[in-house]
Design a protein around this ligand. Structure first.
Ligand code: HEM
Length: 122
């Protein structure tokens, strides 16, 4: 089998994020959260967010913890949903990329998910 490339730049992140959300919207556990999303805003936000996580661009302005806390107040999250989110993210990375950055982005996603659950779920 051919070896996959690592995540090198913003274009690679765009591919990853698009591929991840294509699965998310179909998912029976978390798809519902994205029913009324403004994709023209959300997708570019996520490109910039992950670009900052991997390449330290400093361009992301936002407060994901607060955002998810607010979502949780009207539509509560549970652990199973967070686990599914991380699983779909991990699978999307593994389908497209392999290498140091690919490992790093999966680790960061998992860590943020753990912190988010600690802050949001009680
Ligand atoms: C059960 C798991 C999760 C669900 C259902 C979920 C759902 C959502 C939804 C509905 C939005 C709002 C989009 C909008 O209003 O435009 C959002 C935003 C966002 N999510 Fe999540 N999320 C989950 C977990 C995570 C995790 C683990 C991360 C990070 C690793 C993450 C990162 C973000 C970011 C960065 C934003 C954008 C915040 C901003 O507007 O600046 N999410 N999420």
């Amino acid at each position: 089998m051919e070896k996959l490339d690592d995540i090198k730049n913003k274009n690679d992140i765009i591919k990853l994020v698009n591929s991840f959300y294509a699965e998310v919207v179909k998912d029976e556990l978390i798809g519902l959260f994205f029913k009324d999303i403004n994709w023209e805003n959300h997708l570019p936000t996520m490109y910039v967010f992950w670009e900052n996580v991997l390449f330290y661009t400093g361009n992301y302005i936002g407060n994901p913890m607060l955002k998810h806390k607010l979502i949780h107040e009207s539509m509560p999250f549970n652990t199973e949903q967070f686990n599914r989110w991380v699983l779909l993210f991990t699978q999307s990375v593994d389908k497209l990329y392999s290498g140091e950055k690919a490992e790093l982005i999966k680790e960061r996603a998992n860590n943020i998910s753990i912190v988010m659950q600690l802050k949001i779920l009680q």
